[in-house]
Design a protein around this ligand. Sequence first.
Ligand code: MTE
Ligand code: MO
Length: 370
Amino acid sequence: MKAAAFEDLLRRSGKGDLVVLEDVTLNAEAPVHLLRDAVTPIDRFFVRNNGVLPSFTAQQLNDWRLVIDGEVDRPMSLGLDDIRSRFETVTEEAVLECAGNGRRNFTPPTEGLQWGDGAIGCARWTGVRLADLLRAAGPRPSACYTAHFSCDRDPKSDGPALSRGLPLWKALSAETLVAFAMNGNPLTPLHGAPMRIVAPGFPGSAWQKWLERITLRDREHDGAKMTGYDYRLPVRSLQPGEKPAPSEMKVIEDMPVKSLIVSPLATEKLEVGQAVQIHGFAWSGHTPLAGVDVSTNGGRDWKAAEMSPAGGAFAWVPFRLSWTPPSAGHFILMPRARNARGAAQPIEEAPWNPKGYANNQCQKVEVLVA
Ligand SMILES: Nc1nc2c(c(=O)[nH]1)N[C@H]1C(S)=C(S)[C@@H](COP(=O)(O)O)O[C@H]1N2
Ligand SMILES: [Mo]
């Protein structure tokens, strides 16, 4: 499909405000000014597809089975109704961020979709705990990793587009879900209907959409986009442009501390002496946030922003700072989040890596004060 066809599809799905990226599959991000809500509306939620968008008839959705097999004592095949009736339903807010979000900011540039800052959102997910499903199937002592399967196809090879998994500790964590609803509505086709993995703190790639099968394995899963340089980071720091050995790459299991100013942005007109609220969100994988500092002069001075309560341990945290521009001219606004383990966002370049993942360099918003 061409960009125009993708734009048309997005418009028909209520997502006409997203920006389509140049690719053979449908990938679209939110312009940052649309990410102003604590819970991102579905209309404004980015879409990432490694493969050709699958489509299902109403009958197929109705007859959907989730198979659980592999290193388990009791393999199972469950319909959506079985899942809903046999297991406790839980709802949680959690950030979903593509590992490639912010890739555009790497120098030298890396291969991969050139995402800006909008391949992220925070939604309210409803489903059942993956742990409850797995316990019902009885993991064997040999089980140490899950493998997730869906039917979407790679446009080149026609093989599976993506088959990722989770280490068993994460699969059994209370926040990891098989979700069937997003923001109180049944999952939409673009977000993985009828069910998907929700793995808060892990990169979006671990949030398998259109989930059909979970196989417990006795080793790290090696499905499509699990091996080599895909969704992996080097275990040592690299010179920009350096290519490490594949053995030096490790699966991304935690997203870095990061923040985003959503208002004001470069397009807004500010006036001398008129207070503006600098507002945004911060998040940090599995680690609680410690705070956000904001600079209004390109990183020379920093002030602590006021934090609001978040919608849960894996939701993003709103921050706010009132600022009165002291004079006319250009100002560079920057947010910098810190987490409870002492990690803070890099003010300049984030650690360079071959596929441009996990870019958490501080955002720079250049505003003009008149
Ligand atoms: N089956 C399947 N699941 C998938 C993908 C995919 O290509 N196929 N992409 C993953 C990636 S890389 C991301 S970032 C998230 C994006 O979720 P969204 O499209 O609902 O925003 O889905 C993940 N789940
Ligand atoms: Mo992603």
